[in-house]
Design a protein around this ligand. Structure first.
Ligand SMILES: NC(=O)c1ccc[n+]([C@@H]2O[C@H](COP(=O)([O-])OP(=O)(O)OC[C@H]3O[C@@H](n4cnc5c(N)ncnc54)[C@H](O)[C@@H]3O)[C@@H](O)[C@H]2O)c1
Ligand SMILES: O=C(O)[C@H](O)[C@H](O)COP(=O)(O)O
Length: 373
């Protein structure tokens, strides 16, 4: 069997080499040409997989049966034409929840970094938009920190989360964190969910965090929000972005105004990435009609136990974060990539953005340091 993989997947040899030949390419560089003799394609979020891609591959090698399994080791699926692929008989799988804990920990870290004093006060209120795998994990962490949580999700109900509409939530929270899939052309679509109207409902000092997908926050509205504060002499809103509307290109006009900017690595823990591949492996085994033999058991190195259950998360995090989080360095590394582009503006080059992601020193989740949840 021929298996084509994005080079940015973890542990592909461990999980897949017993099935056949595994060939890796840069995720943004997987073309029909690379899939001529492929049976399975394993991607992350940067490879757009459509029926056309697979049909083009078949046209290049008509005697080969085309790709029959597409696995994405990610939570998000907006890069896959799931309906179109399934309609042509392709098995499509992703990895729901694989890096949800990583993202929840990223959000708490960002809030504690941006506004430590406010976040440590007992009246801090967090708004969570999207109460799926990430949103519910974030709710759990936030409650452990003593924060009040208000959630928005038109599709689910959680007994332990106070749920309101977006318009009701935005004026009353200290931070808003976005955890919705990117959707378009349907009821409650999330494309540009955070637009001029939504930003206008927020207090000027409400922190905005987007780790979902870039186009959920309308960049032009964000820039207008910054301009409005600047022109009235007010401090600009604290905004944390891990994803960008025009990713992988980021203009300095945006970057210079962000409190924290990271290159789409909120989910990049060793655990999150490894689980993503493991979940795709499980779906792959199901497709092959075999029982999965391999697991992550014993595959991840153990870490020193830094958390002490005698103390609360709130008491320990401020001291531990400098040791267990790379957020400050991640932000600096991204800003260090600014250079003049062809239009004479300063921006982050997509090649540098992808390099930072490929070479990212994967963080560890707090449980690996002894946090028992
Ligand atoms: N930055 C990263 O590294 C990273 C990592 C993981 C996931 N993500 C992104 O985060 C998204 C959320 O992840 P998840 O695991 O929680 O997904 P999930 O599918 O478990 O949950 C998404 C939730 O959003 C809700 N939702 C949909 N439309 C909504 C709307 N208009 N308003 C409010 N809620 C709405 C859904 O009902 C669902 O409960 C993913 O789709 C992915 O794009 C990013
Ligand atoms: O949806 C997700 O799981 C993440 O956003 C995604 O996995 C980020 O990393 P990438 O797939 O681009 O490597």
């Amino acid at each position: 069997m021929q298996i084509v993989v994005d080079e940015n997947l973890s542990l592909t040899d461990y999980f897949f080499s017993s099935f056949g030949e595994v060939t890796a390419y840069a995720g943004r560089g997987i073309y029909a040409e690379n899939l001529k003799v492929a049976d399975a394609l394993l991607v992350r979020s940067v490879t757009k997989v459509t029926p056309k891609l697979l049909q083009d591959a078949t046209a290049l090698s008509p005697t080969h049966q085309r790709v029959k399994f597409v696995g994405s080791a990610t939570i998000g699926m907006d890069h896959l034409d799931v309906e179109g692929l399934r309609a042509m008989g392709v098995i499509v799988a992703n990895a729901p929840g694989c890096n949800a804990q990583a993202v929840a920990e990223y959000v708490v870290t960002a809030i504690l970094m941006v506004q430590p004093k406010r976040a440590l006060s007992d009246s801090f209120t967090l708004g969570i938009v999207g109460l799926g795998n990430v949103g519910t994990r974030l709710n759990r962490l936030a409650k452990r920190l003593g924060w009040r949580v208000i959630g928005v999700d038109p599709f689910v109900t959680h007994a332990d989360i106070e749920q309101v509409t977006l318009a009701e939530m935005l004026p009353q929270v200290d931070a808003v964190s976005i955890h919705v899939p990117l959707t378009q052309h349907r009821a409650n679509a999330t494309y540009h969910l955070m637009d001029e109207q939504a930003l206008a409902l927020m207090k000027p000092d409400t922190i905005l965090i987007n780790t979902a997908r870039g186009p959920v926050v309308k960049e032009a509205a964000l820039l207008a929000d910054f301009n409005l504060s600047q022109s009235s002499g007010e401090p600009i809103r604290s905004v944390v972005l891990d994803v960008f509307e025009h990713e992988p290109r980021i203009s300095n006009t945006l970057l210079a105004n962000l409190a924290i900017a990271t290159p789409h690595i909120a989910g990049y823990t060793l655990e999150g990435k490894a689980r993503g591949t493991e979940m795709v492996y499980q779906a792959f085994c199901q497709w092959q009609g075999i029982k999965p033999q391999l697991t992550l058991e014993g595959m991840l190195p153990s870490m020193p136990k830094l958390f002490d259950q005698k103390y609360s998360l709130l008491e320990q995090l401020p001291q531990l974060l400098p040791q267990i989080s790379s957020m400050h360095a991640d932000d600096l590394a991204l800003r260090a990539c600014l250079k003049q582009d062809s239009s004479g503006e300063q921006s982050i080059d997509p090649v540098d953005f992808d390099r930072l992601r490929r070479d990212y020193p994967l963080r560890r989740e707090w449980s690996s340091y002894g946090d028992q949840g």
